[in-house]
Design a protein. Structure first.
Length: 192
């Protein structure tokens, strides 16, 4: 077990034992990554639920810390499994069938180092195109793509989170990448 994993297990155990600072350290470490994961998985149409689902995720972690079993999954996989379930529960409650669309506001948070107004407009348009392309992916592919590209989970961890096999996770990621490549082909500069 590497040091980070050991530290996460120790923090969960300390939290379960009543240490008020242990949970705060875990939360600080994974807060932003888990929020962005929830937000991206929800898509623009349900972005307003992101904060509530993010909080529900951390409440579930706090309540179930004593039951965490590092032999079954790593902390990150456990965290993203809980977050994913909260999002899917939300979709079931909302009876969501088709998830697509783009939120122009989501693209404004993409950093833009270009100083000219034209480059800024082009960058915003590209970001909106990328967000729209990711959100247009079928949910199973978007789920795997966001976990891999944003959350940094390995295919093995994604398989744990989704309950699918590693080959299924790999296949979904491959299809997502191919779909994104086709959707974004027009955005690629001619000289690349």
């Amino acid at each position: 077990m590497d040091q980070a994993v050991s530290d996460e297990v120790d923090l969960l155990r300390a939290h379960a034992g009543g240490d008020p600072h242990a949970f705060a350290r875990l939360y600080d470490r994974y807060d932003q990554a888990s929020f962005v994961f929830v937000r991206r998985l929800l898509g623009a149409a349900h972005a307003d639920a992101a904060e509530d689902l993010h909080q529900e995720t951390w409440i579930a972690i706090a309540r179930n810390a004593a039951g965490f079993d590092p032999a079954r999954a790593g902390f990150r996989a456990w965290l993203f499994t809980i977050a994913r379930r909260k999002v899917f529960d939300h979709f079931r409650r909302q009876k969501v069938a088709i998830l697509s669309g783009a939120d122009p506001e989501a693209a404004t948070s993409v950093p833009d180092p270009a100083p000219t107004p034209l480059e800024r407009v082009e960058s915003l348009e590209l970001a909106q195109t990328v967000v729209a392309a990711v959100e247009a992916l079928p949910l199973a592919q978007r789920d795997v793509f966001v976990m891999f590209a944003h959350a940094g989970l390995s295919l093995e961890e994604i398989a744990e989170v989704t309950g699918a096999g590693v080959e299924t996770a790999k296949s979904r990621l491959r299809y997502a990448r191919a779909t994104l490549r086709r959707a974004l082909a027009a955005e690629r500069p001619a000289h690349v």
